[in-house]
Design a protein around this ligand. Structure first.
Ligand SMILES: Cc1ncc(COP(=O)(O)O)c(C=O)c1O
Length: 400
């Protein structure tokens, strides 16, 4: 049959990262590619008990649809959760989504017309860039520094785009321990970005999946906390610090924007999973969500430090990397001339080690050949050392 696919099929993400995700769980490969939380720290016994209780107490609800915007009891819990983190909101300003990945898609659907300028971190989250490309946004990267995006680069870029006559719609930021850079946006820069958003009139999409994964007790205020002009759309997810399989996340934004997201969500999936929402609500009411937020910190800190130590020990002097203080990732720069995609083919075949080549994290993949992302979250410390040793040897022995 003749193929009649839409043009956007050409801009859809998936190939590269999907292939790498398939390596997760293969026993013969040490994979630093996944970027997924570790089931070793999931609160499995407590979750089994909650599911047993739900099935006994409310079996009819468990298997029923919920409303498009999400269950009220879950929203009330999120209001409380956010107020403990300094953000005052109400259930009217929340919508539950099927993971924050769905929120990234719905927000682009509501805000982006083809050709609209949107700014992202450079390097930035592949799924966020993918959602934007799918709606044909004109995606421009803003350089990352160790304390988050460069404010000079941001202002210059915005001025240039505005002078061309088409205003910037929004900037997509992961302020805490970003994916893939691991960088955290400083408090000072958070304020400056909000000022620039006011001056040039754009939204800030603040995505916070790693904010609880802060291993040295260094929490910073969300940008949303200082948002006097309703220009920050705050995104949170239970995936990374609690469990991802329930697919529960939320968007906090002014009511008119939530209405639009709700209409977009109706067209996408009608509603998020009811059982997922019920489990998170009960876990929240029992204090398990907060307990888990504390429990994950020493667990992942040990892995982060194991990777830092192994990199120091085994990576050649010509490599450099950023040591994060939270999240799941190290971002590594390879020696000049070394191509991370070619290196990956070699390390999978010869060393049985995988990682994500930097190309995935740039609007223009060309920018990423000399970088790689290493995730430490789902590998035991001893295996981290073994994998980094093999990778270090492969880099050192690479021809040229
Ligand atoms: C920065 C960022 N945002 C959003 C997501 C999507 O997470 P979820 O859909 O599980 O909430 C991820 C997952 O890797 C991520 O790294």
């Amino acid at each position: 049959m003749k193929e009649y696919y839409a043009e956007r099929v050409g801009t859809m993400a998936g190939g590269e990262l999907g292939d790498l995700m398939r390596l997760v769980g293969r026993d013969d490969i040490i994979s630093f590619a996944g970027g997924i939380p570790s089931p070793d720290i999931f609160p499995l016994e407590e979750l089994k008990e909650i599911i047993r209780e739900l099935l006994a107490d409310e079996p009819r609800q468990v298997f029923q649809y919920s409303s498009t915007e999400g269950r009220i009891d879950l929203k009330d819990y999120i209001v409380e959760f956010l107020s403990r983190r300094g953000v005052k909101t109400s259930r009217e300003e929340l919508i539950i989504t099927s993971g924050s990945q769905q929120a990234l898609d719905l927000i682009a659907k509501v805000l982006v017309d083809p050709g609209d300028p949107v700014l992202v971190e450079k390097p930035g989250y592949v799924g966020g860039i993918g959602a934007l490309k799918c709606y044909q946004a004109r995606v421009t990267g803003i350089d990352m520094e160790e304390d988050g995006i460069s404010i000079d680069c941001l202002e210059e870029t915005v001025k240039k785009i505005v002078s061309e006559g088409r205003p910037v719609k929004y900037i997509y930021l992961v302020p805490d321990y970003s994916n893939p850079s691991g960088a955290r946006l400083s408090a000072e820069k958070r304020r400056k970005i909000l000022d620039l958003a006011g001056k040039y009139n754009f939204y800030i999409l603040e995505d916070t999946p790693y904010s609880e994964l802060n291993y040295y007790e260094e929490r910073l205020d969300f940008i949303k906390e200082y948002d006097q002009e309703n220009r920050v759309i705050l995104l949170g997810s239970f995936s990374k610090f609690f469990v991802p399989g329930l697919r529960v996340a939320w968007v906090c934004a002014p009511r008119p924007f939530i209405d639009l997201l709700s209409r977009a969500k109706q067209d996408a999936d009608l509603a998020s999973s009811t059982i997922g929402q019920l489990v998170i609500t009960r876990a929240g009411e029992k204090g398990l969500v907060e307990t888990q937020a504390r429990r994950v910190q020493p667990f992942y800190r040990e892995r982060l430090e194991a990777m830092g130590t192994a990199l120091d020990k085994y990576f050649p002097a010509e490599t450099s990397w950023f040591t994060p203080r939270g999240g799941f990732f190290f971002w590594v720069k390879l020696p000049a001339g070394l191509n991370s995609k070619e290196l990956l083919a070699k390390t999978i075949a010869e060393e049985k080690v995988a990682f994500v080549p930097g190309t995935a994290f740039f609007a223009d993949p060309q920018d990423g050949y000399s970088y790689l992302r290493l995730s430490f979250s789902d590998i035991k410390p001893a295996m981290i050392e073994e994998g980094i040793k093999r990778l270090g040897q492969a880099i050192a022995g690479y021809p040229g």
